[in-house]
Structure formats: structure tokens, C-alpha cells
Design a protein around this ligand. Structure first.
Ligand SMILES: [Zn+2]
Length: 80
């Protein structure tokens, strides 16, 4: 899987907030944020996801995706 660095995350986070990304891209970014102290301090993942859900709930059901990604985030954090 493609590795993101912090600059990639910064560039992509706006698309992320607008739900313009496909599921696999969201998961890659989420995985980076979950494992990167620098990004984690900048992007509160739960705030980000609340915004994603609010923006996209008119268009498509995203709760399942959000749930899955948040669970993945928790798993990543548990490994620390
Ligand atoms: Zn980072």
C-alpha cells in the first residue's frame, strides 16, 4: 500500500473533509493519522469524521464506513 507522508496528508485532508475521496484513500489517510503523532495532534480524527458524515449524509450512507474506519483507528492505537 502507498505510504503517505505528513505533507501528503496535509494536501489531502481538504478532499477528505469534503468526502471527495474513495474508501481506500480515506483508510490510507486514517491509518497515517492514527500512527503519526504529528498529524494526530493536527487532525482530531473524530472531529474530522463528524464533519465527513455531516457533509455526506445527504448523498450516501456513510455510517458503516465511518464505523469501520474508527474501529481500525482504535485498533491501531491499541497497538501502541
Ligand atoms: Zn503525519
Amino acid at each position: 500500500m502507498k505510504q503517505l507522508d505528513c505533507e501528503d496528508v496535509k494536501r489531502n485532508v481538504h478532499e477528505y473533509l469534503h468526502s471527495a475521496m474513495v474508501e481506500s484513500e480515506i483508510e490510507v489517510i486514517t491509518a497515517h493519522i492514527a500512527n503519526c503523532d504529528s498529524c494526530e495532534q493536527h487532525y482530531d480524527i473524530e472531529v474530522v469524521f463528524n464533519q465527513v458524515i455531516q457533509r455526506s449524509c445527504d448523498e450516501a450512507p456513510t455510517e458503516e464506513l465511518a464505523e469501520r474506519v474508527i474501529r481500525r483507528l482504535r485498533e491501531a492505537q491499541d497497538h501502541d
